[in-house]
Design a binder for this molecule. Sequence first.
Ligand code: NAP
Length: 220
Amino acid sequence: MAKIRVIVNGAKGKMGIETVKAIMAEDDMELVASTDVGDDLSEKIINNKAEVVVDFTVPQAALGNAKKIISAEASAVIGTTGLSNENLKELGSLCAKHKVNCLVAPNFAVGAVLMMKFAAEAVKYLPHAEIIEFHHEKKLDKPSGTAIKTAHLMEKDVPIHSVRLPGLVAHQEVIFGGVGQTLTIRHDSINRESFMPGVILAIRKIKTLKGLVYGLEKIL
Ligand code: NAP
């Protein structure tokens, strides 16, 4: 069977390095190029006949990169955070125009997806809730994409607190308060390998999706 031809964009970054390693360990996919800041992404996609591009870059480049990937008629797996609802709509239209798919997932860790699902369930019974998200000090955006997505799934204006400290990777608590009790749902990514099964699954499934899909839970 032909291997899936993949490019990792942001390949020199923390997530990019881990993604390159994960793809190289799979038999059904081939890393046809690695790109980073300064590379001509559109040219690399076309010249290497890439079918899927995984993007882990920086929030301010996320929309531009996604548009380049889709316009070059490759499917996009976007892990970079910072895309707004407006941006997602724009990408959805571009996907329809070019007949490719785009998966945007603010968190590729399966445990984080479960944390969001459990929080959406718990808020029905304990409506007073707040989110605390903890990340390494180099994370550029706040609140995190995961916290925004969690609040969105809880269908409430949930206050979000952001902590940025060395030593952390990616962690989140959703705390519920009721009469004489609290409930805490917590997820910890203790290293970046935690995101890789989700990224690999997205690369395998992206061609079977329809247009723009937001959230890893849609493909689990
Ligand atoms: P990072 O270590 O800063 O890596 C980002 C890489 O992208 C760097 O090598 C950077 O180069 C490069 N870059 C910057 N602008 C670019 C452009 N226009 N085109 C191509 N490459 C560009 O960051 P990270 O920790 O890997 O995180 C990357 C993104 O993924 C962040 O938005 C983060 O929040 C997100 N993230 C998502 C998940 C998830 O599960 N979805 C998990 C963890 C992190 P320079 O350093 O030279 O600027």
